[in-house]
Design a protein around this ligand. Structure first.
Ligand code: SF4
Length: 221
């Protein structure tokens, strides 16, 4: 994934799309007060510069799907692991809720279900049937909309062709009105996202930790 901060307006459409697509419970004031909001994609304010030349920018942060993820290394029951597609995945029925992985993630991208998820009124009827609803007591996270990848693979198989770039994009990218998010196969050296790894505007979040995040950020400053 590539997130171009010079295009991002901070509108948070990516967050809303992610909530809806992945059946995340809508946060209520109590969840906010207790710091228990579940946001697979979050948009965090970051302040840069010194007073009076201070500016604030907004940083969309999904799971970084690290090449060397610290979260998978600490899970005692292999409930979180790097899957064959290179995504950091989560097996909810296997999770014992110890929260080691939540603490190990330097990007705060893993979320524990402190309570059973709830939706107001008729919103529960709007659940995406392709995504499981996680129960209380397990940890959850961004999957890069893995269910969409499965659907794209099945579609390609039915049509007797290999998976092509653009067959599958996550909900956050689809919803972004500024086209600040791009998605593709980082292992394909010809893909657009691979090319952006050489963009002079490129940076990775906390690259010094050696986690090798798969999300590339672009920014002029
Ligand atoms: S909370 Fe679940 S996934 Fe995370 S380390 Fe514990 S058992 Fe593994």
């Amino acid at each position: 994934m590539v997130i171009d901060l010079d295009k991002c307006t901070g509108c948070q459409a990516c967050m809303v799309a992610c909530w809806t697509e992945n059946n995340q419970p809508l946060p209520d004031p109590t969840m906010h007060r207790e710091g228990r909001v579940i946001e697979w994609m979050k948009v965090l304010p970051v302040q840069e510069g010194e007073y009076p030349a201070v500016r604030q920018r907004l940083l969309p942060i999904p799971c970084q799907h690290c090449e060397d993820p610290p979260c998978t290394a600490v899970c005692p029951v292999f409930a979180t692991y790097k899957n064959p597609e290179g995504l950091v995945a989560q097996i909810y029925p296997r999770c014992i809720g110890c929260r080691y992985c939540v603490n190990a993630c330097p990007y705060t991208c893993k979320f524990f279900n402190w309570s059973a998820p709830q939706w107001p009124g008729q919103m529960a009827a709007m659940h995406n049937p392709d995504v499981s609803v996680r129960p209380r007591g397990v940890t959850e996270k961004c999957s890069f909309c893995h269910h969409r990848l499965q659907q794209a693979k099945e579609r390609a198989a039915r049509e007797g062709r290999p998976l092509r770039e653009g067959d599958y994009v996550p909900a956050c990218m689809q919803a972004c009105p500024a086209q600040a998010i791009r998605f593709g196969d980082l292992e394909d050296p010809k893909s657009a996202v691979s090319a952006e790894r050489h963009n002079p505007r490129r940076f990775l979040l906390q690259e010094e930790l050696g986690t090798k995040p798969k999300v590339t950020y672009l920014s002029e400053a």
